[in-house]
Design a protein. Structure first.
Length: 285
């Protein structure tokens, strides 16, 4: 594995991804039959990945993907060494939440090392909503033209939520390009509008009182809170009603047009508000 060449000191123990997925299933209380069913859908190229116990975090991680190539320098990071429990959560959702044809297409993308990260996070909303809340994946006919929306979530007796999921790496790459020769990280300096590119075009005009539309964004870089709000405000308010910055953990940062929608979204995704994804610049005056 690459980890042995790059950061061997963090490796406490090794295993196979298959064994770690089985252990994860048992830890979650699944039956042997359920565990076997979920393991059976893992693409062959992925199930052969190696896994290791990270000394620094105590997490089991699997290695899948390649380093970023930035200015002819290889940048290694956790995008290559993802916690096994995140993958298991995505596989669980794919097995129980997706139709056969959409599951097959999803798993095909998941097996592509170049698309793995962006594909993996598409299951985050399904992982967070209650199992009894109906939802559909990659829905056509509710957006603009023939574009599909990642999720249509339809809580009984309440508003439909249309949600697209984005894994943004451009801001991370730009930040890596600013790293000094000693590896010191400068204060983040990037355009939060990059997070929202191609979002408006997904959604038709809609009344948020009837249908909430927005985006779930996974990013590796903290965002300047003031600039983030400005970038969100610049979007078409009749098409994009909310944005959520979050990952697999329960805390999120929510931007909304209407304050009353904030708690609705937090409740829907069983989430708690967080400042982990943003920062405020120090007053230089």
């Amino acid at each position: 594995m690459f980890i042995d060449q790059v950061f061997p000191a963090v490796v406490a123990e090794k295993s196979t991804l298959q064994d770690r997925l089985v252990a994860e299933a048992m830890a979650r209380g699944l039956t042997t039959e359920q565990a076997d069913a979920i393991l059976s859908i893992v693409p062959e190229g992925l199930i052969k990945a190696g896994s290791f116990l990270d000394k620094m975090t105590g997490l089991w991680r699997y290695e899948f993907g390649f380093p970023y190539d930035i200015a002819e320098n290889l940048v290694w990071g956790t995008h290559m060494w993802v916690p096994v429990d995140y993958l298991f959560a995505a596989l669980f959702c794919a097995y129980f939440r997706l139709s056969d044809d959409k599951r097959a297409a999803y798993l095909g993308r998941l097996a592509d090392p170049d698309a793995h990260q962006a594909t993996l996070v598409e299951m985050i909303p399904a992982h967070k909503v209650s199992p009894d809340v109906p939802l559909e994946f990659e829905i056509a006919g509710l957006g603009v033209g023939n574009r599909t929306v990642d999720w249509a979530i339809t809580p009984e007796g309440n508003r439909i939520v249309l949600l697209d999921v984005k894994r943004r790496t451009t801001d991370f790459i730009k930040q890596a390009e600013l790293m000094g020769g000693e590896g010191a990280a400068p204060e983040p300096d990037h355009d939060p509008a990059l997070l929202f590119r191609s979002v408006e075009q997904k959604f038709a005009l809609a009344d948020p009182a009837e249908r909430l539309q927005g985006v779930w964004i996974v990013t590796d870089i903290k965002q300047d809170e003031e600039h983030l709000h400005s970038a969100f405000s610049a979007l078409d308010a009749s098409r994009v009603h909310f944005a959520i910055l979050g990952d697999w953990k329960p805390d999120v940062y929510v931007l909304v047009r209407r304050d009353e929608d904030r708690q609705y979204l937090l409740d829907l995704f069983h989430a708690e508000p967080s400042t982990r994804f943003t920062f405020r610049r120090a007053d230089k005056g």
